[in-house]
Design a protein around this ligand. Sequence first.
Ligand SMILES: Nc1nc2c(ncn2[C@@H]2O[C@H](COP(=O)(O)OP(=O)(O)OP(=O)(O)O)[C@@H](O)[C@H]2O)c(=O)[nH]1
Ligand SMILES: [Mg+2]
Length: 504
Amino acid sequence: MDMTRTALNDHDPFDGDDAERDAIVIDDADADGVTYAESRRGSDVPDQGQLELEERHALRRVAGLSTELQDVTEVEYRSLRLERVVLIGVWTSGTQLDADNSLVELKQLAETAGAMVLEGVTQRRSKPDPATYVGSGKAVELRDIVESTGADTVICDGELTPGQLRQLEEVVKVKVIDRTALILDIFAQHARSREGKAQVELAQLSYLLPRLRGWGDSLSRQGGGAGGGGGNGGVGLRGPGETKIETDRRRINAKMARLRRQLQHMSVARDIKRDKRRTRQVPAVTIAGYTNAGKSSLLNRLTGAGVLVENALFATLDPTVRQARTPDGRAFTLSDTVGFVRHLPHQLVEAFRSTLEEVADADLIVHVVDGSHPDPEQQLASVREVLADIDASDVPELIVINKTDAADSTVLKQLRTRLPGAVEVSARTGQGIDELIDSISGALPQLEREVRALVPYQRGDLVSRVYEEGRILSEKHTESGTALHAWVPEMLANQLDEYATAQI
Ligand SMILES: Nc1nc2c(ncn2[C@@H]2O[C@H](COP(=O)(O)OP(=O)(O)OP(=O)(O)O)[C@@H](O)[C@H]2O)c(=O)[nH]1
Ligand SMILES: [Mg+2]
């Protein structure tokens, strides 16, 4: 029943990976000369990911500057200025290895948020303590660790009640946050688009609302001044009064309503775009998977998209859609989206629902699994859970085991038996990518109908659509028009019927 100090470096797959951090944009030179790489590359595309990464890191460096709180809605974001942290996990089921893996993930999350992890401990309990999350004796031990390491924050590996956060803070005497707040903080740091920012803010506010009082207390304690845990005496006195909390609550509610309205407008705009794609019947393929599995790397490898790749969790928040083509020339869209994580905070699932719905709306989900992770199957299960939550369980799924270059061969062997039909690739080396393209092509919805038509020259638009949406078997230019023999989607076939002929 003792607290176990977790050796966080033991099986941290990313340890000593600094060189990798620099290798951000996968070299797509290998993709040359392959039809699927014909996708359009915007003029700003090649270094986009690199630029974003520099910008993100530049921002992180100034994050330590002290900032006065102007608006209560900034509370969450500003208050999480994590620096030196101790991690604590309550381990209720599973093996010690599961508990350690979970804490290693918490460490990656903390580091992604910009914190330095000093120590990680787990405690075995049948369930978290309702008052202080860890048992009271362990809370005292935790306080000693905090003192001896000089940590300024404790991060708990779960979602705590406002009361648990407050009571644990009272014991350990430094700020205590939970995994949900940590993930929300990363999302806040990484959001770039207007929609992404609004989604994250909404999620943060809905997390904050029931915790207003708890946060108020801890904030007032922090308010004691920079660089010290001083000012503990005046906790209750210096917390915001009832009226203040009431006004804050009202302002937060008003802000949330406004964000919801804005998000609705944005999602309508996106629906229109999506509908347009639908009516043109270009199949939509979405890359989904656990965070850091290599989804963006794969999109870059497949389309040369130049999307940001980073050895950090939740590097991607905004969906990127790219055109791609199968080797036999069929167009489809390939999109990269936000990664999933075990116990993805429900506030985020709610706030990101419209983004996630696009996943549910896809014709095919390319589910990327990190083969080099110590427990890929757990990641697989977590992703499927989120997919079920957003009603995407019915969408055909193609499992892709990525990072085969770094994966353990026994783990790969196991995965192979559990996941027949999975494609093994390395987005880094390009290994298996051709097979992946073939599998995607094979899994796209079938073209509906074979047509033979003589399309008059003034209907060049139809011919280009056949190029775009269909597969041409033969094409001949005659006096009266373009003679086409092709497989096309039903809707286009209907329009071509007018020019149908048996003479081709
Ligand atoms: N060894 C190896 N590393 C890879 C491979 N593919 C991606 N990576 C690395 O894995 C890390 C995450 O890659 P990303 O493409 O950003 O992963 P993602 O799934 O988009 O991650 P999020 O957007 O954060 O959810 C980066 O450090 C990549 O360089 C691979 O095939 N082999
Ligand atoms: Mg990504």
